[in-house]
Design a protein around this ligand. Structure first.
Ligand SMILES: C[S@@+](CC[C@H](N)C(=O)[O-])C[C@H]1O[C@@H](n2cnc3c(N)ncnc32)[C@H](O)[C@@H]1O
Length: 465
């Protein structure tokens, strides 16, 4: 990375090293919320824990960090280099007028040392801080409550079996803000009032809300709402939320509990109570029992975002209402009063066709659809991702579930209003056949291949499937 262009500020983002695939779309989406492009400095490496970005204001950086669960901290970058001597040269060429407001007499500060892929002893850290005495700090050190926090960050590569003696790269900067990693713990499903077998992990729920660019006062819909984990994260960001599920017990918080030591769900175990737990009940619109294959909404662009985790038949069934016999509808489209819907298989291909068509009709222009697509890895190719003429593919990130299965987090943006033939576009799409056979994914998931790698399958449990 060249220490060039010192006139414009550069910001260093320190990213968490989990959820690698989701980081770039998250930061891009959060910048897009500020109408800012993602502008990396030279030598940008997506897999690195450190990203240097330019073309941003402090306010932009703060607003990204106010939402990000992928970024740990962000710094105003003062210097960097491949060695400490390069860092020194770089720091000494950083404009005085940009440094001095934070180094005044009477101010207080502290310097942290962060090392990636290496643990340093306390004495080694102190030595590194002492070695930076060439910086003209005039304030006093205050470790507990400093006015300004600085950080020396050292990158020792990503291979834990081959940790170099000296860092590959070093950075120094002023802390601007920390990210929202804390949300992963404070919203953990372990401590949530109402949960189910397929409740979505808190970190991923926030990532989905970020990919969807959910913002204050948006209206967000989850057509396969389950226990409402995605509504929880969206309401945290100030959106009004609603959802549907085919399962009466889930919507009404009745039936068997998913908790270990509890047989039946207790009173008030429902989605509204979850939002109440996190102080966002006022954002709860409602949830209702409804079959996503038979949308009940009036024909209008109602939602700012649609965020969902459709069923794919591993722990929950992929069902829809209807029987194999033709049901007789009255001419106005309603069913006779005596009609009791029974369920039939809901093929994966239909789930995604319906979801994309529904989104094309019911998202506002520029609104985003974010959903999980199950994938049988040996057969996956990019062309298998369902497309729609009204929806532009924004990102497609893999999360491995086992050696041969994964799910991909798909983000799409509505770019035009649907025309008559748009909803049939998928029929001419040969790639869609991957999901065509009834429960093909389910069969493959439980195939012999899977049995052989039994260990892998427990991984899927962790991620809520
Ligand atoms: C993977 S779970 C969603 C989990 C949810 N994200 C949560 O955090 O609890 C899929 C949900 O889709 C529901 N479902 C299955 N078929 C449906 C259909 N045809 N219409 C609406 N919901 C359906 C299931 O009852 C299940 O609750």
């Amino acid at each position: 990375m060249a220490a060039s262009n010192r006139s414009c500020l550069q910001y260093l983002f320190h990213l968490a090293h989990d959820n690698l695939e989701f980081r770039l779309p998250e930061i891009k989406a959060l910048l897009a919320l500020r109408s800012k492009p993602f502008h990396p400095c030279v030598n940008f490496k997506e897999q690195s824990p450190f990203w240097c970005l330019e073309g941003l204001s402090v306010e932009d950086v703060c607003s990204v960090m106010d939402r990000s669960v992928c970024a740990k901290s962000a710094f105003e970058l003062w210097g960097h280099g491949q060695s400490h001597s390069e860092l020194r040269t770089s720091l000494l060429s950083y404009p005085q007028e940009k440094m001095s407001p934070y180094m005044q007499k009477g101010s207080s500060y502290k310097i942290n040392v962060y090392t990636f892929n290496k643990t340093l002893l306390f004495e080694e850290r102190i030595k590194k801080i002492d070695a930076m005495d060439y910086l003209p700090f005039q304030g006093t050190v205050n470790l507990k409550n400093p006015q300004f926090t600085f950080c020396l960050l050292e990158d020792y590569g990503t291979d834990p079996n081959n940790i170099p003696e000296l860092p590959n790269y070093v950075y120094f900067g002023r802390l601007i803000a920390d990210g929202q990693r804390e949300l992963i713990r404070s919203y953990s499903v372990k401590n949530r009032h109402f949960i189910g077998n397929t409740s979505m992990d808190a970190g991923l729920s926030f990532i989905m809300a970020n990919h969807a660019m959910v913002k204050e006062n948006d209206l967000v819909f989850d057509p396969f709402v389950g226990t409402g984990s995605l509504l929880v994260s969206c309401s945290h960001f100030g959106a009004y939320v609603c959802g549907t599920d085919i399962d009466y017990n889930t919507i009404h918080g009745k039936g068997r509990s998913s908790r270990k030591n509890q047989k039946w769900r207790g009173p008030d175990e429902n989605i509204r109570a979850n939002l109440r737990q996190y102080g966002t009940e006022s954002m709860y619109v409602d949830v209702m029992v409804s079959d996503a294959s038979k949308p009940v909404w009036r024909n209008a662009a109602l939602f700012d975002a649609i965020i969902t985790d459709p069923p794919y038949g591993i722990r929950e069934s992929t069902r829809r209402t209807g029987s194999h016999k033709d049901t007789i509808k009255s001419p106005d489209g309603s069913y006779p009063e005596s009609h009791v819907p029974v369920s039939q298989a809901y093929h994966l291909s239909d789930i995604f066709t319906d979801l994309l068509n529904f989104s094309a009709h019911h998202l506002v222009l520029g609104g985003r659809l974010v959903y999980w697509l199950p994938v049988y890895r040996p057969e996956y190719c990019e062309e298998m991702v369902p497309l729609h003429p009204c929806l532009r593919l924004i990102s497609n990130c893999e999360q491995m579930l086992s050696s041969h299965t994964s799910r991909r987090l798909i983000t799409m943006e509505k770019i035009k209003e649907p025309e008559e033939l748009d909803s049939l576009a998928h029929l001419s799409d040969p790639h869609f056949s991957g999901y065509q056979k009834h429960n093909a994914f389910r069969e493959k998931y439980f195939s012999g291949l899977n049995k052989r790698s039994g260990k892998d399958d427990t991984k899927a449990d962790v991620s809520g499937k």
